[in-house]
Ligand binder design. Structure first.
Ligand SMILES: Cc1cc2nc3c(=O)[nH]c(=O)nc-3n(C[C@H](O)[C@H](O)[C@H](O)COP(=O)(O)OP(=O)(O)OC[C@H]3O[C@@H](n4cnc5c(N)ncnc54)[C@H](O)[C@@H]3O)c2cc1C
Length: 403
């Protein structure tokens, strides 16, 4: 018998794959239903995979092992699995794949139905509280009693989104069994700042280029939506660089963002535009003059940071235009921390891949112990890559367990 702990994407993919090979599977889940993270994914639409799962879209301390694990598990293989369960998909921009009905709930229903059809015993409301070895067996202690098995698969995910069952419990069980754990940190998450001005601009969303500076050096840059909030910043550009910020902040590096509020305008073009807009006849107040270019809520912030107290547009000169352009294109925001796990889509860190066979997902330390999904030290970019990892490793584990 195989015991699978955690009925998320990885756990269900593994249970289905193993059960199709005739293996008896017990799937233990602490929530009152399986697949809670799937249910909310992609805003309820479920970005289920990605057409181009290039290794560079997955992040880990062991990129070579990620590459090996992904080998042979391209989008077609994942889509074949999903289709076999009854889920058809459609592609959107950037290779993102969605279920045709755009209903995450239907994905969970179809996966659960396939588990049931194959005789997988799903026990919900069952929290695993401890795992130990007893000779050649694993003893799994849970709120519903204790179970023994020779093959155990941990698919308990990460501590991201604890309100949906996110937890580091499985990581700690693995650690207690001798596996190395890289501490999980929030990723795909918004960032908090002590600066007061984002609060003034709360609710403003705009396309921007956002650079992350750690200890003064540029680490990475992303372009996309930026949202100012009363705690700091969010939006896709911020989520995309948050894992780097999370890791740097954990190392106590000082982090700040450098925001370009007009990414489509070069410095020269913007400078020319602003200069040509000066109309001494019209002589608008500087605030109103700048509202022709920037969001109203950003105007006083930019003027304050640029240190321009000129009253009207006719008082602008080359130097002041230069300061305005610099501030608009290099707006600095200190970052103190990421938002906590409740607001994170995934976690960086997890169980070290170096101690796991990348083809079988089996522990190299304890034969019979398997891992799949986000419990491992891998996090993917936004765009369906995290589910791609969960399906891939779940299927690999399900194919490897011994019958
Ligand atoms: C809001 C949100 C939106 C997301 N959207 C997307 C998206 O559109 N596309 C994408 O690719 N990824 C998305 N993700 C990420 C994706 O959901 C995860 O990477 C993926 O679900 C990981 O699958 P998993 O099976 O490894 O873990 P999980 O889905 O987290 O499953 C682990 C399961 O284990 C259970 N468990 C944990 N500890 C115990 C215990 N001690 N005993 C019993 N059960 C336990 C948990 O309750 C949980 O059900 C999103 C995440 C969030 C939070």
């Amino acid at each position: 018998m195989l015991i699978v702990v955690g009925a998320g994407a990885a756990g269900m993919a593994a249970a289905i794959t193993a059960a199709r090979r005739g293996i008896e599977v017990l799937l233990m889940e602490q929530n009152n239903r399986p697949g809670k993270k799937i249910l909310v994914s992609g805003n309820g639409r479920c970005n289920i995979a990605n057409r181009r799962p290039a290794p560079a879209r997955f992040h880990s301390t062991r990129p070579e092992l990620v590459k090996k694990t992904l080998q042979g598990y391209d989008a077609k293989r994942i889509l074949d699995f999903l289709r076999s369960v009854g889920i058809e998909t459609e592609e959107e921009e950037e290779g993102k794949l969605f279920p045709m009905g755009r209903q995450a709930a239907s994905v969970v229903k179809l996966l659960t139905r396939e588990c049931q059809r194959l005789g997988v015993r799903i026990v919900t409301g069952c929290q695993v509280t401890g795992i130990r070895q007893d000779q050649d067996e694993f003893v799994v202690e849970s709120s519903e009693g204790s179970h023994r098995c020779r093959q155990l698969l941990l698919t308990t995910g990460s501590p991201a989104a604890p309100q949906l069952g996110g937890s580091n419990a499985g990581m700690l069980f693995a650690q207690s069994l001798g596996h190395r754990l890289f501490p999980p940190r929030p990723a795909l998450v918004a960032l908090e700042s002590d600066a007061s001005w984002p609060r003034q601009a709360a609710g403003v969303k705009l396309p921007a280029r956002v650079g992350l500076l750690a200890s003064g050096s540029l680490v990475t840059e992303r372009e996309g939506d930026l949202l100012f909030t009363d705690y700091g910043v969010s939006g896709l550009a911020v989520l995309d660089l948050s894992r780097e910020a999370s890791l740097r902040l954990a190392e106590w590096e000082s982090c700040e963002l450098s925001v370009d509020l007009t990414p489509k305008w070069s410095k020269e073009r913007l400078s020319k535009l602003l200069t040509e807009r000066i109309d001494p006849e019209r002589d608008l107040s500087l605030e109103l003059w700048l509202e022709g270019v920037l969001h109203r809520k950003l105007v006083p912030i930019i003027l304050e940071i640029a240190g321009i107290r000129t009253a009207t547009e006719k008082d602008l000169n080359r130097k002041r235009i230069g300061r305005l352009v610099y501030t608009i294109k290099h707006l600095k925001l200190p970052i103190q921390k990421t938002r906590d796990f409740r607001y994170a889509e995934v976690a960086t860190g997890g169980i070290d891949l170096a101690e796991i066979d990348p083809e079988r997902m089996e522990s190299r330390k304890l034969p019979g112990l398997y891992f799949a999904g986000e419990i491992l030290d891998v996090d993917g970019d936004r765009g369906g890559f995290n589910f791609h990892w969960a399906w891939t490793t779940g299927m690999r584990a399900g194919e490897s367990v011994r019958s």
